[in-house]
Design a protein around this ligand. Structure first.
Ligand SMILES: Cc1cc2nc3c(=O)[nH]c(=O)nc-3n(C[C@H](O)[C@H](O)[C@H](O)COP(=O)(O)OP(=O)(O)OC[C@H]3O[C@@H](n4cnc5c(N)ncnc54)[C@H](O)[C@@H]3O)c2cc1C
Ligand code: SF4
Length: 522
């Protein structure tokens, strides 16, 4: 066997033939290494849609690697002798293939980076780690940005990125002389609802994806989620088609309705591109450029385009920076001392709370929920209840098709749970059920009343909101952005407080919110 100069490790979220690790690739002397391993579907209880998303995209990418003439060593999940974890499989293949060195693009997860570095070390092989070009900002650039500041805030980082990369800028100034159009981007739908929203760009599973669906359904039969309607883009060509359709059909109203929710319509005006971006089927630069071009050609309004660009050039890059500059300690954050279990119906959708039932059901069916459902329905409930951050983190990482730790963890621990004590956001995103009532019609169809904080009909969000303020009164009173909300606690009588405490206790005991006869998924 001729000597193998370099084995190029490609992970399930690095599916780009143009990745930096390939710059020095020589098909005559190097080979690509990919492996499907059970550990990636079991280290959290990965939902079936999420596992199919990764495996189907990997198998399609393997074809592209071969078509490009690059030698490939690919281990399938059902291969005899599959070692079960990335580290163990790589170790086995190093022994068999005897490469002189290893190369890879920087992994997205701390856990994976640590495990693969250890394999290289025990094998005595040099490991070249290349910068991931799928981000506007490198980790060291983010670290330099963070070093200059007492507190991190997304807004300042985002402005810096716009300037540095000349995105939506004219003569050094933001287009429209304004950085932020949030005020134009907060509408709910009126009573008539969203009307006819362009249908989502869906892809009928081909033979490769159907084979993966059958495999996952058998191998991970007890895992949560459903596969009947799996229709996500799993190739670069499909991802590009989804991007073009979004720019053409949804971007013009994206901004206006980005915080809105509507029952049984998970898609609305969102892009549904997060998984394609995270698996590197799309490059954020081309996504941002396509949105900016739509504005400049008069195909989409400024507020919408700015709102969309902010999500990608701002939030997406910012959370990655927070992750890599704070790990591994970040995983242990629990600033509010939350210790509760996750309600078991998060895995089934069997709750009688209309907003949660709908958000959980669509999550388990499609592996998707929009940002507001993640932040202000599931995330808010977990924070108000006081769920331990590690448990809610494991849930988010398991259920969404776009879930990879570098983006999921800061959003969950930082933005939605305030477990990092204010690194990601300046205050906890707390609200009563009235927020959900304002942004959706869920409450009209619910057996609870968002205006009630105690009593049999009290909305659990509203009860838990007051309970949260009372439990964390001292800590929150020190936060100037929370002071007004906390002051309201003093307006409650002792009897009113006691009623809240008792109702909150019965919610925690599982006596409220559970739909005993409700549907089960998975
Ligand atoms: C608790 C919680 C957990 C989350 N977990 C994930 C996750 O595992 N993976 C993930 O990609 N996103 C995550 N997000 C961010 C966001 O909810 C999703 O990116 C978005 O809902 C995906 O749907 P979309 O593609 O239709 O997004 P759109 O609403 O169309 O937004 C456009 C793009 O902007 C990016 N984006 C938007 N918001 C964020 C954000 N807060 N952080 C990073 N990128 C953002 C995404 O790439 C998204 O595709 C999480 C948010 C919360 C509150
Ligand atoms: S009343 Fe409360 S639980 Fe019911 S839909 Fe509204 S916010 Fe959700």
């Amino acid at each position: 066997m001729p000597e193998l100069r370099c084995l190029h490790v490609v992970l399930g979220d690095q599916l780009d033939l143009g990745a930096a690790a390939f710059d020095s690739f020589d098909s005559a002397r190097d080979a690509v290494w990919m492996a499907e391993v059970a550990e990636e579907a079991t280290h959290v209880w990965s939902s079936k849609p999420r596992t199919v998303m990764f495996l189907a995209a990997m198998r399609h990418f393997a074809r592209a690697v071969q078509a490009a003439g690059r030698p490939l060593h690919y281990t399938r999940l059902d291969d005899l002798g599959n070692a079960g974890s990335l580290a163990a499989q790589l170790q086995l293949d190093i022994h068999r293939l005897k490469p002189a060195r290893l190369a890879m693009t920087a992994p997205g997860d701390w856990r994976v980076l640590t495990a693969l570095k250890a394999v290289a070390q025990t094998s005595g092989l040099p490991l070249d780690i290349y910068e991931d070009r799928h981000f506007f900002c490198t980790v060291s650039e983010f670290a330099a940005h963070a070093k200059r500041r007492k507190t991190l805030r997304m807004e300042y980082f985002y402005r810096e990125q716009r300037q540095r990369h000349g995105v939506m800028m004219d003569n050094g100034m933001p287009i429209g002389d304004q950085w932020n159009f949030d005020a134009d981007n907060r509408d709910a739908f009126d009573a008539a609802g969203p009307g006819r929203v362009p249908p989502r760009t869906a892809f009928v599973p081909d033979a490769i994806t159907r084979e993966v669906i059958a495999l996952v359904d058998t191998r991970f039969a007890t895992h949560p989620g459903q596969l009947d309607s799996f229709s996500w883009p799993v190739t670069r060509a499909q991802a590009l088609e989804a991007l073009q359709a979004f720019i053409r059909e949804r971007l013009p109203l994206f901004g206006r309705y980005q915080d809105a929710m509507w029952p049984h319509d998970p898609w609305l005006y969102h892009s549904h591109l997060s998984a394609a971006l995270n698996l590197k089927l799309l490059n954020p630069r081309e996504v941002v450029a396509a949105a900016e071009a739509a504005y400049r050609d008069g195909r989409a309004p400024l507020a919408s385009v700015e709102g969309f660009v902010r999500q990608i050039l701002g939030w997406r890059e910012y959370v990655r920076g927070v992750y890599w500059t704070r790990m591994p300690q970040y995983l242990e954050c629990n600033a509010l001392g939350a210790e509760e279990d996750l309600p078991p119906w998060f895995w089934t959708g069997a709750t009688d709370m209309a907003c949660l039932r709908d958000s959980l059901t669509q999550t388990l069916t499609h592996g998707y929920a929009n940002h507001i459902q993640r932040l202000m329905v599931t995330g808010l409930y977990a924070m108000l209840l006081g769920v331990h951050p590690r448990l809610i983190h494991a849930w988010y990482l398991a259920v969404y098709i776009d879930a990879v730790e570098w983006v999921e963890l800061p959003n969950t621990l930082g933005m939605s749970q305030y477990a990092d004590g204010g690194v990601m956001g300046s205050k906890p995103y707390v609200a009563t059920g009235k927020y959900i009532q304002r942004m959706s019609p869920y409450c009209k169809r619910c057996r609870y009343d968002p205006t009630q904080r105690s009593g049999d009909n009290a909305c659990p969000y509203t009860t838990l909101y007051w309970d949260f303020l009372m439990r964390h009164e001292k800590t929150l009173a020190r936060n100037p952005r929370m002071a007004l909300q906390v002051k309201n606690v003093a307006r409650l009588s002792e009897a009113q407080k006691q009623a809240v405490v008792e109702r909150a206790a019965s919610i925690r005991r599982g006596e409220v919110g559970v739909d005993a006869g409700g549907q089960q998924h998975g």
